[in-house]
Design a protein around this ligand. Structure first.
Ligand code: HEC
Ligand code: CU
Length: 468
């Protein structure tokens, strides 16, 4: 196990003391405990111990098909079995022994980059874990704050887009101020082949992810994860603290609770507190802590104030507050009467039809195909076509590719999830459905066949159209 963090802490010690910073790098670490990991929207209880300790964290990566919206399924990749991942709560000065366990039934390798770690990759390199394996590394929590963690295995954007993010809270020495309720909310976007609401098992769309054009913008991984019976609960007279993260992978959140004013905000989850804030920005890969007291009963809507995301893409949560009304604060008309009916609307936007297949020379196909490749394939199969061991098969000199042109066309038309053997190596991953036009498929395959020592076969748009 590396001790880089302890050495760094010792080296920083003098400076830290001079600046009067609260990093308790000199604290004695006593005892050991296993972190209690809690699923959203709950968080583990506040830390009451007054010393740093050794904390063992056991986090499992798990892939499953689950509900994205009513009638819509999605293959989620998760930390702990749900989106967002389990909330981890530790204390400044703690030494964390981190175990990342990738389930044997996973198809992908995973790792973890915790923004609370001071060290290369935030732990990513030390935690790369193929299915059925477990990795251990350790770090010292030098800075208090609320931090995002996420998977950082290539293609990184795809692992995050599939749900691999969560929050870790490093409580400052002395703890946070006491409140009545604490909740865990995390925003993230999903990029599906079909439009918002289109039913069935929806594959990930790399095209839409690159264009930063999600169909779903969600709190806690599903439409309705925090509405109706799943609403957050509180009572009039109570104080509420929300730990809010943004997994992205692309969008910035304009986080807002309709009908409330944040009494205190730790902007970007840093130490500085701003009072009386209406809407606060949360960057992708960032977090915030908001606190407010409840004076009025009713349903308070939790939204991203980039408001089409709320009413058309799913970014809607609810805080249900019970208790006596005070008509001097609010007359009593419920906000949900105004907003809920709008929230159900799904806008259908007609699909654009690609241009009809065209006649192009092989050379023109190669040039156009090279662009399609770098935009759609290179993230997984790598710019040099060599793929990644145990994850993405090579296209360079691939016997699977060169043996059968029609089979290659079918892979691009349908995606692929069965076990295959390429150049003697077995792969059992998922090649997503990319929804390319006939021309793009013809071009990218012609390019791949013309490159890296492959057969030189030419694929035309007509051939693709015949197999579609
Ligand atoms: C998100 C990652 C990903 C992307 C993007 C992707 N692939 Fe794949 N591809 C895979 C995986 C994983 C497999 C193996 C699937 C299996 O095991 O069933 C595969 C298999 C293949 C195969 C058959 C195996 C071989 O090596 O010959 C071909 C051909 C292929 N991909 C071409 C492409 C092309 C062309 C693109 C871009 C248009 C592309 N892929 C984009 C992940 C990806
Ligand atoms: Cu991952």
């Amino acid at each position: 196990m590396t001790k880089f963090s302890f050495a760094a802490a010792a080296a920083l010690g003098v400076v830290v003391v001079t600046l009067g910073c609260s990093n308790q790098t000199g604290q004695e670490v006593t005892g050991e405990e296993v972190a209690v990991l809690v699923a959203p929207p709950s968080v583990p209880p506040p830390i009451t111990r007054n010393h740093a300790t050794r904390v063992v964290v056991n986090l499992e990566t798990e892939e499953h098909v689950g509900r994205l919206a009513d009638g819509v399924q999605y293959t989620f990749w998760t930390f702990g079995g749900q989106v967002p991942g389990n909330f981890i709560r530790i204390r400044e000065g703690d030494e964390v022994e981190f175990h990342l366990n990738n389930r044997p039934d996973s198809r992908m390798p995973h790792n973890i980059d915790l923004h609370a770690v001071t060290g290369p990759g935030g732990g990513a390199v030390s935690s790369f874990t193929p299915p059925g394996r477990s990795s251990v590394f350790s770090f010292k929590a030098l800075n208090p704050g609320l931090y995002v963690y996420h998977c950082a295995t290539a293609p990184v954007g795809m692992h995050i887009a599939n749900g691999m993010y969560g929050l870790i809270l490093v409580e400052p020495v002395g703890g946070l101020s006491p409140v009545d309720r604490e909740y865990y909310v995390m925003q993230g976007e999903f990029y599906t082949r079909g439009a918002y609401g289109a039913g069935g098992l929806q594959p990930f769309s790399m095209e839409k992810a690159i264009a930063e054009n999600p169909d779903y913008v969600l709190f806690n991984g599903a439409v309705g994860a925090l509405t109706g019976d799943n609403s957050l609960q509180a009572n009039v007279g109570e104080t509420v603290r929300l730990f809010v993260g943004n997994g992205g992978p692309n969008l910035i959140s304009s986080f807002h609770v309709i009908g409330e004013i944040f009494d205190r905000v730790n902007h970007e989850a840093g130490t500085a507190v701003t009072e009386n804030v209406q809407t606060t920005l949360i960057p992708a890969g960032g977090a915030t802590i908001v606190e407010f007291s409840l004076e009025s009963p009713g349903t308070f809507l939790i939204v991203d104030h980039s408001i089409f995301r709320t009413f058309n893409k799913g970014a809607l949560g609810m805080l249900a507050v019970e208790g006596p009304a005070d008509s001097t604060i609010y007359s009593g008309r419920l906000l949900d009467e105004i907003y809920i009916p709008e929230g159900g609307a799904i806008q259908e936007i007609p699909q654009e039809q690609g241009p009809a297949p065209t006649a192009m020379t092989a050379q023109e196909r190669v040039e156009a195909g090279s662009r399609v490749y770098s935009q759609n394939c290179a993230a997984c199969h790598q710019p040099n076509g060599l793929g990644l061991a145990n994850a993405f098969p090579p296209l360079a000199e691939s016997d699977y590719l060169n043996a059968n042109k029609n089979r290659a066309i079918d892979v691009l038309l349908n995606g692929l999830s069965e076990e295959i053997v390429v150049n003697g190596e077995t792969y059992d991953g998922v090649m997503p459905l990319l929804r390319l036009s006939d021309d793009d498929i013809a071009n990218v395959l012609t390019y791949v066949y013309a490159t890296w020592g492959n057969s030189g076969a030419v694929v035309t748009a007509r051939e693709v159209a015949r197999r579609r």
